[in-house]
Write a protein that binds this ligand. Sequence first.
Ligand SMILES: C[S@@+](CC[C@H](N)C(=O)[O-])C[C@H]1O[C@@H](n2cnc3c(N)ncnc32)[C@H](O)[C@@H]1O
Length: 473
Amino acid sequence: MQVVSAYYPISLDEIHTKISRKNHRKGRYKKLNFQYALFNNNLPENIKEIINDFGEKVVQVDGEIPPDSPVKDNDRFLFISYDQSIWTHGLHKYPAKFFPELPRWLIKRYSKENDMILDPFSGSGTTNIEALLNRRHSVGIDVDPFSRFLSKIKTNPLKPEELLTTKKILIESVIKYHPQKVSVSDIPAFPYRDNWFKKEIIDELAYLKKTINNLDASDDVKHFYQICLSSIIRSVSNADDNCTRTVIRKKLNKIVEPADALKRFTETILVNVPKTIEFSKICPVDITATFPENMDARNIDYPENHFDLAVTSPPYANAVDYPRTHQLEIYWLGIANGSLTPIKRKHIGTESVSVDNYKTLHHINIPEADKVISKIYEKDERRAFIAYKFLQDMELNLRECYRVLKNDGRYILVVGNNKIRGELFENWKYIMLLAEKVGFKIEKYFASEIIRHFIKVPREERINTDWIVVLKK
Ligand SMILES: C[S@@+](CC[C@H](N)C(=O)[O-])C[C@H]1O[C@@H](n2cnc3c(N)ncnc32)[C@H](O)[C@@H]1O
């Protein structure tokens, strides 16, 4: 018989103390109480001009970005975000996620109520949540099944009473946990499962999964708790919590103890049920957010002149491997149980390319980009093809967005640069040149210096620059 030891039952008091300690820490970074009060330099109270470490003038915006704030080409902004975990925004980590103030600002600035908004690379649905709460219909396209599952849950209002009753039942079940309540058939099979997780954690996750599935509740509510469960999986696995790839690093010395999955899940639902209730109360019922299955940003199955505005942050070449980021979550959710290659192949920027393709050097016919692709080719033929293929795919996406946008409609892309085999790959510049090729006019471009979360980069590079490119049909 298994030794249950001092780990179970978990202490609810301990979890409540942890949550209030975290809330206390957050409370110290209070948002400025601004709202358009003007200083003598005519800037709203939450906006000031500063000089960054490189001697450049930067406009620092603390919190909400005023929709009509003046923007000139090449302006640099530093946006300080406070809303990353309000409502359903913070339900799950997602690499290169928008901070909500950014799509909110762009949506308010460039569209009106009841308009139709598109995010062709919708990721965790940040654009769609903001469109919804600002009374705009939206469509989010993403080839990744995990992304669509997550986005649907985050944009779906739930009944507060049902959430509160089920939360109580789940917590009672967690307190009653015993490893003997888990049978082999409750545990999903997937590659290297017993390397990724400790035995006790596998049992706890299987118990939580079974308890959620057995709830006497609507599918929507069960899906919400499945995402809560998914959100703790990386932290209780043996993999590094802060890396976009799912990897075990021996040096990290990560400690996961029995009962950690039960504790973290309880903490997560205690925090997220109230936030989701808050979201559900303000969520309009007559506005739609749709995430079509089997759609691709290169082949948008909507008619011409359908959308008023598109806002997105596309993937990059050779950067985040999204299916690999969420592989443990995908396995536990039952979205896949074996090879991730079929999902990976659909991704723009994917590393899953075949040898036949990269034997020769390809040109995109944008001299600035072709020069860099040739340099990469000298070092690494495969990566040169990945870079070329990325731009070719982005051209297809730009064509599709041009087609589905109404005349005068805008396509706004938030794009950073990246390095491929040591060569600077200026995505935003190449995308602007491709956009002109497909017929867009470049209305504006400006920079946002952002503090990246989740993606692990050396300290001195923590502040990156994203370019915001406003294209007009
Ligand atoms: C930078 S993320 C978007 C993050 C999003 N802005 C957010 O706030 O969560 C880029 C997304 O593009 C998706 N993607 C990659 N290739 C795609 C394709 N061919 N069609 C649609 N989506 C794709 C990836 O799955 C990923 O979710």
